[in-house]
Design a protein around this ligand. Structure first.
Ligand SMILES: Nc1ncnc2c1ncn2[C@@H]1O[C@H](COP(=O)(O)OP(=O)(O)O)[C@@H](O)[C@H]1O
Ligand SMILES: N[C@@H](CC(=O)OP(=O)(O)O)C(=O)O
Length: 450
């Protein structure tokens, strides 16, 4: 049995959905289908999830929202019309959205429910379309599929008890179409994963039913060794290990959600990234282990991501002060801030975190508390930081990777603000200024792959 997830680009319009139907039809093993909400049809288009978020913002701020609502409805209407389906589902969307607004739930719960309308509607449309083509397909709500999630709106996580129920989906002999991106808490409240989270739903379902393969259909032929929007026609990656992909997706390979691998890894389900627009292309396989041939490039990929900041603290004799790091991290914990890395020296320590977690108010609080409680010699914040991650299991055995990387950065005239080698030696990370990212990535690509 295979679980196939189709991303926003694969379900963006009727033409894409026709391709999706052909892919499902061409392999009887594709029994469970997970879908995103319609994504962008062209460069400046707006994803349905973003249309829903805009609608929610207008509602929350008591503004007129008829225009935002009609953008959502019209997007689905054109799909339904082009696929020659009944427009029953269109009437339902409007009613459902109005019911969400009229409910007595807290505003944040209403906005969560609203965000899920894109996936939920598309799954119903696809199921109806597959049925119209003579396939035995059925829409299944995530609650009925057994997706029980933690109560963390916009960042929910799967609860262990879900998996036994999901396993029972194997018993159904037709095709199940399940909306991605959301599930329910044990008290029945709808919660979403973080953005891009349909990948996570697919992985959970694949792990739950113990699928032979989790196929993740998107709009590129494979995972490339570097972001294709930075380097033209980069090399394709045929096989990656779970560990490599986890590092790369965390560090900016947005083609696959960073949290989506974990369920598949635990159940040892291989993952294949494939192109809906070119389904005969083999794509990229993500597996538990791979043989590393002698002479093979130790680096498989170079990922980059922007939007980080660092909090720098220095204090003479910090190394002698027991509990300094713990107290610093505790201050961040109190403000609800998670951190990514903590490079440190004898008398100084930096905490690297995503900048969107710390607005000006939080920054003032954090600095005030650090000054009062830790009495540092210096404390300051630097925004506009980008992280570049060089990844490859082969790096464990290869001498000179850091040399090649630092030379490439020097050749591109890029200043390194921070270096961190992961303990597993599978990744090497550099912190640089955001404006230098493209030049740095291009130079690193040349050094390792050309
Ligand atoms: N290393 C990479 N390899 C392939 N695609 C990448 C990589 N890094 C970023 N991407 C981007 O990821 C996009 C696919 O992810 P996404 O837009 O989330 O797809 P979907 O709509 O299928 O969910 C590609 O179009 C590509 O621009
Ligand atoms: N539609 C949701 C979830 C998702 O996975 O979308 P996509 O497959 O387009 O990345 C989002 O935009 O976040």
């Amino acid at each position: 049995m295979k679980v196939a997830k189709f991303g926003g680009s694969s379900v963006a319009d009727a033409e894409q959905l026709e391709k999706v139907a052909r892919i499902i039809q061409s392999d009887k093993e594709r029994r469970i289908i997970v879908v995103s909400a319609p994504g962008k049809r062209f460069a400046n288009d707006v994803k349905v999830t973003d249309l829903l978020i805009n609608l929610g913002e207008s509602y929350k701020e008591n503004r007129q929202y008829e225009r935002e609502l009609s953008l959502v409805v019209e997007r689905f209407r054109s799909i339904v019309t082009d696929l020659n389906l009944s427009d029953q589902v269109i009437d339902k969307i409007e009613t459902e959205i109005k019911n969400i607004f009229a409910s007595s739930e807290a505003i944040y719960s209403k906005l969560e429910a609203l965000k899920a309308v894109g996936e939920d509607t598309l799954a119903q449309i696809l199921s109806e379309y597959l049925t119209s083509l003579g396939m035995n397909a059925r829409y299944l709500n995530p609650k009925d599929a057994g997706l029980i999630l933690s109560d963390q709106p916009g960042g929910a996580q799967i609860l262990e008890e879900s998996f036994d129920k999901i396993y029972r989906l194997r018993e159904y002999d037709g095709i199940l179409v399940i909306p991605g991106f959301f599930g329910y808490t044990s008290t029945g409240k709808l919660v979403t994963f973080s953005r891009g989270g349909s990948d996570i739903t697919g992985s959970i379902i694949a792990a739950g039913v113990k699928a032979n393969l989790y196929e993740n259909f998107t709009d590129v032929d494979s995972v490339y060794c570097v972001n294709p929007t930075i380097v033209n026609n980069p090399k394709e990656i045929a096989t990656l290990t779970y560990k490599e992909m986890r590092e790369l997706s965390y560090a900016g390979f947005s083609v696959f959600h960073a949290e989506a691998l974990i369920p598949a890894v635990r159940a040892e389900i291989p993952v294949c990234i494939k192109n809906t627009n070119n389904p005969n292309c083999p794509g990229t396989m993500i597996v538990a282990k791979k043989e590393i041939q002698t002479g093979e490039n130790p680096v498989v990929g170079i990922a980059s991501d922007e939007g980080f900041m660092s909090l720098y603290i220095s204090k003479y004799l910090m190394n002698r002060e027991i509990g300094f790091g713990r107290r610093l991290l505790h201050i961040l914990e109190d403000e609800g801030i998670s951190y990514e890395h903590t490079p440190s020296g004898i008398d100084d320590m930096s905490v690297i975190m995503r900048a969107n977690q710390m607005d000006e108010r939080k920054e003032r609080n954090v600095i005030k508390r650090i000054k009062a409680e830790l009495k540092p010699d210096q404390v300051h914040v630097a925004r506009g930081l980008a992280l570049i991650m060089i990844v490859g299991e082969g790096m464990q055995r290869q001498i000179g990777t850091a040399y090649i990387a630092t030379k490439a950065l020097k050749d591109a005239n890029v200043n390194i603000e921070m270096i961190n080698q992961g303990s597993s030696e599978v990744s090497l990370m550099f912190g640089i200024k955001e404006e230098a990212v493209n030049a740095a990535v291009k130079s690193l690509y040349q050094a390792f792959f050309e």
